[in-house]
Design a protein around this ligand. Structure first.
Ligand SMILES: NC(=O)c1ccc[n+]([C@@H]2O[C@H](COP(=O)([O-])OP(=O)(O)OC[C@H]3O[C@@H](n4cnc5c(N)ncnc54)[C@H](OP(=O)(O)O)[C@@H]3O)[C@@H](O)[C@H]2O)c1
Length: 252
């Protein structure tokens, strides 16, 4: 036997199997969230898709088949998140195995041009909402001693760019929250991963039109949503004693 293969075979055998598990993905009607939901449902995970536009959400879920469920919800609305979390926990008899905090806003404008409302909305959706979702399920995960919370960060959770006042502030805060969560969960059986993509070709770029604007990568040189979903799935399927703390993903 080639040295090392016995160990890697053991590690592979310990990889977490996804079939029969459950997940919640916020912002799952399109873009990165939809790709994550598609990867999870294809792996046999019963997946609750969350987004505001109910029609679009139902259409997305229908395309994913019988493992996809929907709960239209504005994650910046505390009562709506509480209702969604309670309905999902009731359907599952507890917290889902995986929570993917993905919904996010990306305002691109100078600080002078950023209204207080825009700044607050960005902080609400990108920072407060993931906190709400985590808070709704964490107690149950801790008691059970299993679970995995994935936060979709961004290159802007470590780097700052002009016109990113609200976005970079929110993504830096999101990363800080993830890091505290990861430290507090150490040894609990509940895992926490931050996946931080570089620009990814989704509708979020439509208002920016990066193909015709200096300073941005053209869409053809961006990641694809599936690339980010692959990173999420890889982190979820590591053996249970492995916590993938942070994955930074960029176009080669
Ligand atoms: N695309 C990139 O270049 C890139 C790079 C790094 C990180 N990211 C991060 O990746 C995540 C997803 O980005 P994306 O590019 O896939 O975005 P996207 O294509 O604009 O999709 C955003 C999703 O979030 C939902 N959403 C937005 N606000 C919501 C709210 N208040 N409540 C519930 N759902 C809401 C949207 O549906 P509704 O509008 O129907 O609610 C949609 O399903 C974000 O956190 C973003 O910061 C993106």
């Amino acid at each position: 036997m080639v040295p090392g293969t016995e160990v890697s075979a053991r590690v592979r055998a310990a990889e977490l199997s996804l079939a029969g598990r459950s997940a919640v993905v916020t912002g799952a009607s399109r873009g990165i969230g939809y790709a994550i939901a598609a990867a999870l449902t294809a792996a046999g995970v019963r997946t609750w898709l969350i987004a505001r536009n109910a029609d679009r959400l139902h259409t997305a879920a229908r395309a994913l088949g019988s493992h996809a469920f929907t709960h239209p919800c504005d994650v910046s609305d505390g009562d709506a998140v509480a209702r969604a979390a309670s309905d999902i926990a009731e359907a599952l008899d507890g917290a889902p195995d995986f929570v993917i905090n993905n919904a996010g806003l990306f305002p691109l404008m100078s600080i002078e041009a950023t209204s207080v409302d825009t700044f607050e909305d960005t902080m609400n959706v990108n920072v407060v909402a993931p906190f709400r979702v985590v808070r709704a399920f964490l107690g149950d995960m801790r008691t059970r001693g299993t679970g995995h919370i994935v936060t979709i960060g961004s290159v802007a959770d470590r780097t700052t760019f002009p016109e990113n006042g609200a976005y970079a502030a929110s993504k830096h805060a999101q990363r800080a929250f993830h890091e505290v969560l990861r430290q507090e969960l150490r040894g609990s059986g509940v895992r926490a991963t931050l996946v931080s993509p570089s620009p990814t070709d989704t509708d979020i770029w439509d208002p920016v039109d990066p193909d015709n604007r200096d300073g941005f990568p053209p869409r053809a040189l961006m990641l694809r949503p599936d690339d980010v979903a692959d990173a999420v799935l890889w982190s979820l399927t590591r053996p249970v004693h492995v916590n993938v703390d942070e994955l930074r993903v960029s176009h080669s």
